[in-house]
Design a binder for this molecule. Structure first.
Ligand code: SF4
Length: 330
């Protein structure tokens, strides 16, 4: 019955995308049905930068982004000639929201000799006033490279990811005070108990989590790194400390493993997210079927696109060189 209704929806989405010359691109954190519809219509499910890069390789005029607003903006920055639509413009991110551009500008002006490095989870305007945009997968090598050239940095907006990078690299960083409401909720004592109870388990943690959670991890890394780690892990039980939409990809790769959410405060308590991003959750099938309209289109001014693109492209060039060098070395 569920499969019949999925097949019906898939046909509807295929027709909709064909009729509108559109491609669907989704983040790992959206609901499994949207991820599945994306894959089955030839789209891509990935992290925010890979989503935008995938968009540059598509012939379709319209790109539909299932994720949060800054992901739509990044897609627009890298694909300014295309029309970019998000399923819900109210789908924001606590990291992006914490870092309003004028306050951030004033903050940066206090430290004029530092490189401004911002995480992908920021608005296009914040990216445009920064020197570098980074994703969690390339943040450490890039910051290490800056440190080796004697640079000091301003880091925004995620204080936890910033502390993790600082712990790993020892670089001098001034930190903006932002956090992800999902990762901030993981509970250390409860996680320790769960690890003890399970015995045979592996703990995968995204570095947007607090230091005390990271200290309990077997693997720390970006969404892509955690998905790969879940696949190669020898443990039957995998505890995951990141948004639970990612379980869809992990279960697909390892159907016989048990994937367990890292403990939060628990539903009904004071938990703000309980392992679920409220904004990712706004991406629904119904919204997808009516997404092509002005209300959902991402528009950015040209100057913002040019400046933000410069900061993203610097990272992309660094990333390409870094992986080429490491491929040669391995
Ligand atoms: S999971 Fe956290 S970082 Fe990701 S979009 Fe939601 S609030 Fe932002």
């Amino acid at each position: 019955m569920i499969e019949t209704s999925y097949k019906k929806r898939l046909e509807q989405v295929k027709t909709f995308l064909n009729n509108n010359d559109a491609k669907l691109i989704s983040h790992y954190y959206v609901d499994s049905e949207i991820q599945r519809l994306t894959e089955d219509t030839g789209g891509c499910v990935a992290d925010s930068l890979q989503m935008a890069k995938f968009g540059t390789q598509q012939k379709e005029k319209n790109l539909i982004i299932a994720g949060v607003r800054f992901m739509g903006e990044t897609a627009k920055i890298l694909n300014p000639e295309k029309n970019i639509y998000v399923l819900d413009k109210d789908a924001t991110c606590s990291l992006d929201d914490s870092c309003e551009v004028n306050s951030f500008k004033q903050f940066c002006e206090k430290y004029p000799n530092r490189e401004i490095v911002v995480y992908a989870n920021t608005s296009a305007e914040v990216k445009a006033i920064s020197d570098w945009v980074v994703t969690s997968s390339i943040a450490i090598p890039l910051v290490e490279n800056l440190a080796s050239r004697g640079k000091k940095i301003i880091w925004a907006p995620d204080k936890y990811l910033g502390s993790y990078i600082q712990d790993q690299t020892g670089i001098d960083m001034i930190m903006w005070d932002g956090a992800c409401i999902v990762h901030e909720e993981y509970k250390t004592i409860e996680l320790k108990k769960l690890i003890e109870e399970l015995g045979d388990c592996e703990v995968l943690v995204h570095p947007e989590s607090p230091r005390s959670i990271i200290q309990l991890a077997d693997v720390v890394g970006s969404t892509t790194k955690l998905i790969n780690a879940s696949k190669i892990s020898k443990s039957k039980n995998i505890i995951v400390a990141t948004e639970k939409g990612i379980f869809y990809q992990m279960k697909k790769l390892s159907p016989n493993k048990n994937f367990i959410e890292a403990p939060t405060e628990g539903e009904g308590a004071t938990c703000k997210s309980c392992g679920r991003c409220p904004w990712m959750h706004l991406n629904t099938f119904d919204k997808l079927m009516s997404v092509i309209n002005q209300k959902n289109e991402i528009n950015l001014n040209e100057k913002t696109i040019v400046h933000a693109k410069k900061s993203i492209n610097r990272m992309v060039e660094f990333e390409d060189k870094y992986y080429q060098k490491n491929k040669r070395a391995s």
